[in-house]
Design a protein around this ligand. Structure first.
Ligand code: ZN
Length: 321
């Protein structure tokens, strides 16, 4: 499953290669990949052809491209967006037309001609490739954000969000993310800290891996009761979340310059620099630095696993699971 930094890599690729370009033709090669578009593949095609991709926007793991439909005024706010749901294995590739179709090519958009700053033509096609069919693309209506802030992280932010993404909270990389509001919401919940981090209604885009890494970095146990959390602890936790995501983004950044917008761009990061996640019975790096031979512990949590250091992250006396 792609995590937030991987989706952000894709967003930046789209912003660079696709933003501002028109869609000349749209071809659906597998109707299963557009099943979320209730009006059907033909309606999707008709809406996409002639539209202009205005931007690439992300909130949590939701990714969308606001469109200006054919005949719509350039000054009017866009009314719909193309959502890209990557699922388990979805990829968005920007490629030249002469490149052979991928085995699992599902949707092809042929884009209007465009050139980079030195006059080199940009690749002509945006392709959605998906091996396992859990992902897909569809159109969603843009609605105003309740707080009047931008809908998500974007190149040219607009206070609009697709209906499908309106229910989820902002993510910690969103410039409009409020630490005050997050801390207050955390204190109002009566739950465990990791459960709260995974709750998309409270904060979006934090999956199991980043939750464990951030809790380890902030030296907080996953079962810490959220209604007892103090402001400095919330600050430490959010700093850790932002830091671990920024490092993952740096590691995934190598794909920005290629013609390849790849959801797996950040995967190398996981193998190299994880401190807790997936490290059962391996030394805690922070304890090791202090000459302690503490081993990371794995426990079952919400049908998955939690990885903690028993010394750095002591179990709370009145924890919540
Ligand atoms: Zn430790």
């Amino acid at each position: 499953m792609p995590e937030l930094p991987e989706v952000e890599v894709v967003r930046r690729g789209l912003a660079r290669w696709v933003r501002g370009r028109s869609i000349k033709t749209a071809e659906v090669l597998d109707a299963r990949s557009v099943r979320r578009h209730a009006a059907g593949a033909e309606d999707l095609r008709a809406n996409l052809e002639g539209a202009v991709v205005l931007d690439a926007v992300r909130r949590g793991k939701f990714l969308w491209m606001p469109l200006r439909g054919e005949g719509e005024q350039p000054t009017a706010p866009p009314t719909q967006a193309l959502m890209a749901h990557l699922g388990m294995s979805g990829q968005l590739l920007v490629e030249d037309s002469h490149q052979p179709d991928e085995k699992h090519l599902k949707v092809r958009l042929v884009l209007g001609e465009a050139h980079d700053a030195d006059g080199t033509p940009l690749p002509a096609e945006l392709r959605f490739v998906d091996q396992r069919i859990f992902g897909g693309v569809f159109l969603s209506r843009l609605v105003p954000t309740p707080d009047g802030q931008p809908g998500g992280l974007a190149e040219t932010p607009l206070p609009l969000v697709p209906e499908e993404a309106a229910h989820i909270a902002r993510d910690p990389l969103d410039p409009a993310f409020s630490r005050d509001a997050f801390h207050a919401a955390l204190r109002r919940r009566k739950t465990g800290l990791k459960r709260a981090l995974l709750d998309q209604g409270l904060v979006s885009g934090i999956g199991n891996i980043y939750a464990d890494e951030a809790l380890w970095a902030a030296r907080l146990h996953y079962a810490r009761a959220t209604d007892t959390i103090r402001r400095p602890e919330t600050e430490r936790l959010l700093d850790a979340v932002q830091d671990v995501m920024a490092r993952a983004l740096d590691a995934g950044g190598t794909s920005f310059d290629s013609l390849y917008v790849n959801v797996n761009g950040a995967s190398g990061y996981f193998a190299r620099s994880l401190n807790a996640y997936g490290r059962e019975a391996l030394p805690c790096p922070r304890c090791e630095e202090q000459g302690l031979a503490t081993l990371i512990r794995r426990e079952s949590f919400m049908n998955r696993s939690s990885y903690t250091c028993p010394v750095c992250q002591p179990r709370p006396r009145n924890g919540r699971w």
